[in-house]
Design a protein around this ligand. Structure first.
Ligand SMILES: Nc1ncnc2c1ncn2[C@@H]1O[C@H](COP(=O)(O)OP(=O)(O)OP(=O)(O)O)[C@@H](O)[C@H]1O
Length: 253
């Protein structure tokens, strides 16, 4: 079995004159947590959108488990084992957390199946179990619009994990989460994902989170990867410090 789970080669995509992807080459290794950092507009979300079928690159190829998935529809990519979460959680706000997760499980299994009524208790059981793994049992009955941001992010990611992915792409899993909750949210996430052997790619602006949880970090800059390697190495690079970390610190201040 190859060590590489996902491979992007030569990805290009321009919006008018803006090169959101200007020759992206990246291998994601099986089992790793790969952080993507970079200033606003560098093309981080565009990479996630291309990998999950929301945008089609104008050039280049994306392979997953050795097979091309470039330009496939999002639901076909999910069926292959790639899930994502968004910068803004996509929960059904008027439903409870448990119902949201059960709906994701139902979506995975085919909600229109004639067997659906028989399967519903099993979906519920699986949702209960998943919420326990995410430490969300106490708010299982709460409406999604009543949650704080940390719980909302975790519930959203629980829905993505309910799809049983082998690769999960997360767009800013800690954005909007209160500073004192952030590490707990990421620790929970990391524990659940490692236990389920899910490979993770996540866009992150908090360098403490990157340092603590990423196996490798890729630095995005103007549609290209400017640096890639272990956090200790990349984050101490003077150019990265100046061009990315300085900007992030400034933005957070
Ligand atoms: N659908 C679109 N139409 C036009 N321009 C777009 C579109 N999507 C992205 N862009 C542009 O492409 C560039 C890269 O955007 P992208 O959202 O990928 O950056 P990002 O690194 O994720 O930024 P942020 O950290 O702010 O989320 C930006 O200049 C953005 O305005």
């Amino acid at each position: 079995m190859s060590d590489v789970l996902l491979s992007a080669q030569g990805l290009r995509l321009a919006f008018g004159g803006v090169k959101a992807a200007d020759g992206i080459d990246l291998d994601v290794r099986r089992g790793e947590f790969l952080a993507i950092i970079g200033p606003n507009g560098a093309g981080k979300t565009t990479f996630i959108n291309m990998t999950t079928g929301y945008l089609r690159p104008q050039a280049g190829i994306i392979t997953y488990e050795g097979q091309a998935i470039t330009g496939m529809a999002p639901r076909r990519i999910v069926a292959r084992g790639i899930a994502r979460s968004f910068q803004l959680p996509q929960l059904f706000t008027e439903h409870t957390v448990l119902e949201n997760v059960a709906l994701a499980i139902a979506a995975r299994e085919g909600p229109w199946s004639p067997l659906a009524p028989l399967l519903r208790p099993r979906w519920r059981e699986e949702a209960v179990d998943l919420l326990e793994r995410f430490g969300l049992t106490s708010i299982a009955g709460a409406r999604a619009d009543a949650l704080n941001e940390g719980a909302r992010k975790l519930a959203d990611i629980a829905m993505a994990v309910a799809l049983k992915p082998r690769l999960l792409l997360m767009d800013e899993p800690t954005s909007g989460v209160a500073a004192n909750e952030k590490m707990e949210v990421v620790e929970t996430l990391a524990r659940v994902l490692r236990a389920a052997q899910v490979t993770a790619v996540f866009v992150e602006h908090d360098m403490d989170v990157v340092e603590r949880f990423a196996d490798r970090v890729a630095v995005w800059s103007q549609g290209r990867i400017a640096a890639l390697g272990p956090p200790a190495e990349v984050l101490s690079d003077p150019q990265v410090q100046r061009d990315v970390i300085g900007i992030e610190r400034h933005a957070a201040a």
